[in-house]
Design a protein around this ligand. Structure first.
Ligand SMILES: Cc1cc2nc3c(=O)[nH]c(=O)nc-3n(C[C@H](O)[C@H](O)[C@H](O)COP(=O)(O)OP(=O)(O)OC[C@H]3O[C@@H](n4cnc5c(N)ncnc54)[C@H](O)[C@@H]3O)c2cc1C
Length: 389
């Protein structure tokens, strides 16, 4: 998969940006996550003036330097190679893994393995060797101005990269230090993580436990406690210097990500893997493509739809099945997956097939999109997020 810049359609947003560039107006980006900074780096490299506004005082303040996965299965291009192609580089801590242990609700183990790494583990947060700090350094070196501690409204920004705006799911992360050996565990169990999943990653004495749920948001702390208890049955590990955070995640499939003279990228546009909510790669891709669309004066919608639109669509069937199969279905899926190449299976699941394409339009109405956010005003997550803007 690669981006062919064959688009010729102009929409209002690209005309808007053409006007801004010709009149030397500075492009203002809301948010300094992976999507906003990827866009900023690629605009600044072409000599365009960019200011990124970040409401927090440092890069990626919402995560505590815990582990996340830069997935390496959605595309034929290696994720790190793509980072180089998109001018992000790889100057941050990363480690690829080809093996990971999955567990079901009865704690039956299913070892997954493949020829290539299914993902690269990266740190998220303000520490020096995180993905975020590395991207901020490249941005500043490329001439981007980042204004920390400054909130900008969507009305005043040109590119909206402010992350999740609604809550499709909620995730609690516990970051700690440990003497335990390197360990990668994922649990699929609707009792501890309804419609989501739970995980433990320990690498180089640093651990991250995550619980991602798509229902009963108010019980996230309870589910997180269940997760820790269950993990302790699998592995005896110590936890020191524990830090906790809770965030929302959001995914939907937009019909357009460029309207009212603005471009929406990353999670603000709903760009996420619908199965496990892995959004870093999509965020960087969409930031890069937004910059290219402005530089080449082409439609952003054409660019992202061509680059990963089909993959987003393929995720609908995955999510639908995931929510319906239940505990026995999880066990059967893991049993099958453990006999296949895990990285190749990921590619198959993320990419279009006849069945996935046929199911897409039929299942779209069932997807919990931002328009169909069931939580409404009762949802503390939606309210918190809306009041941020
Ligand atoms: C617990 C958890 C674990 C995750 N694990 C993974 C994983 O393993 N792999 C993966 O690929 N993805 C993972 N994700 C998802 C991933 O973190 C996101 O998809 C990704 O960070 C989205 O990038 P973004 O640039 O769109 O937005 P964000 O990273 O959310 O960045 C948005 C930025 O905008 C700033 N901002 C918001 N509003 C304003 C405003 N008005 N003015 C100024 N600044 C503003 C915010 O402070 C923030 O810094 C995880 C998410 C969670 C919650």
């Amino acid at each position: 998969m690669g981006c062919k810049y064959s688009a010729t359609l102009l929409n209002t947003s690209s005309n808007h940006f053409l006007y801004m560039i010709s009149s030397n107006k500075i492009i203002k980006i809301l948010g300094s996550g992976p999507s906003g900074v990827a866009a900023a780096i690629n605009l600044a490299r072409e000599g365009i003036d960019v200011i990124v506004y970040e409401k927090n005082d440092e890069p990626c303040a919402r995560f505590n330097n815990g582990w996340q996965i830069l997935e390496n299965y959605s595309s034929r291009i290696d994720a790190l190679e793509e980072m180089i192609q998109m001018n992000i580089g790889t100057n941050f801590f990363h480690r690829g893994y080809k093996k990971i242990d999955f567990y079901d609700h009865r704690l039956k183990k299913y070892p997954m393995k493949g020829e290539k790494p299914f993902g690269y583990y990266v740190k998220r947060g303000p520490e020096e060797d995180t993905l975020d700090s590395a991207m901020h350094r490249i941005a500043v070196d490329s001439g981007v101005e980042i204004k920390y501690g400054e909130i900008i409204s969507e009305t005043d920004a040109d590119i909206i990269a402010g992350g999740s705006r609604y809550a499709t799911g909620v995730s609690k992360e516990i970051v700690f230090e440990s003497d335990a050996e390197d360990t990668l565990i994922t649990i699929l169990d609707n009792i501890i993580a309804p419609k989501g999943f739970a995980y433990l990653f320990i690498i180089n004495g640093k651990g991250t436990i995550g619980t991602a749920i798509l229902k009963n948001f108010r019980k996230i702390n309870l589910y997180s406690e269940y997760t820790v208890l269950k993990l302790k049955k699998i592995l005896d590990f110590d936890m020191r210097n524990v830090r906790e955070s809770v965030s929302s995640v959001n995914f939907f499939i937009p019909s357009t990500a460029a309207f009212s003279g603005k471009i929406y990228i990353g999670e603000a546009a709903g760009f996420q893997d619908l199965l496990f909510g892995l959004g870093i790669r999509r965020s960087i891709q969409s930031g890069y493509l937004a910059a290219r669309s402005i530089i080449e004066n082409n439609s952003f919608d054409v660019f992202w739809k061509e680059y990963f639109g089909n993959q987003l669509g393929s995720g609908i069937l995955n999510r639908f099945i995931y929510e319906k199969i239940g505990q026995t279905g999880f066990s059967a899926f893991m049993s099958l997956a453990s006999r296949m190449d895990f990285q190749k299976l990921g590619y198959k699941l993320q990419n279009p097939s006849y069945i996935r394409n046929s199911a897409k339009s039929f299942l779209m109405p069932f997807l919990n999109t931002k328009k169909r956010c069931k939580h409404g005003d009762r949802c503390i997550w939606c309210r918190t997020l809306k009041s941020d803007r």
